[in-house]
Design a protein around this ligand. Sequence first.
Ligand SMILES: O=C(O)CCC(=O)C(=O)O
Ligand SMILES: [Fe+2]
Length: 240
Amino acid sequence: MTAAASPRGSSSATGAGGDTLLRGLAGLDAIDPAETQPLFAHAGYLPLRGLLNAGSLADLRAEVDHLLTEARRRDFDMECMGGSPRHMTTLGGIEISRMAPRITELYRSPDLIDRLGRLIGLELVLADDPVERHVLNRLHRGGDTHGLHTDDYPLALVMFLESPTCEEGCGHLEFFDACKAGHSSVLSHDAGDAYLLRADRMPHRVRPIHDGCVRTVLNFAYGVAGEPIMKTPSASILYS
Ligand SMILES: O=C(O)CCC(=O)C(=O)O
Ligand SMILES: [Fe+2]
């Protein structure tokens, strides 16, 4: 198994485009689809450890620092997702496109879409919803959590800009197996890591963080060619 795929329990000041960011996704080249396709087909989850190289991580962090000037605090229960809690700061796709076009450029990159698709053996398509296609989620206060939900779009590429380093499950991803009732996996990720998740079928959440910890991710949503999207109001509530 490759290192990158090994599981584990307005433009910025730089001025470079999305192609530069793509080149920074160093881990992608090292991954063998023959290994990852069965993993993803079985688990609906694929870790991409160390996907962002140091330069790309720094670039994306600079973009996110800029985005945070307009991000909004959200504290409510999501009625259409069983009343699960949202305590987080977010920014939706429309603002991200306006403020950080190179993130949209990266999201749209045919090269990225092609490579991700090969890793999981599916043909990815761009999300047609400009709010949901790429979003910023930040947990930064004690107890912040992104409660249990499914996504509208089948695939989520979640990239970590910041992640708690403390133990005890702080900010861990938890996802439930759609076929085995009650069975969940709980996983930690470091800054620079990413993962792919079959996010429309597998209920998932981010466990609460501790006071003093920060967890910041970008989530790129993609469709799968030929598969319908089951739209809910959740994204427009959380990101508009
Ligand atoms: O932050 C994460 O790991 C999950 C993000 C997520 O589930 C979402 O944005 O829909
Ligand atoms: Fe999600």
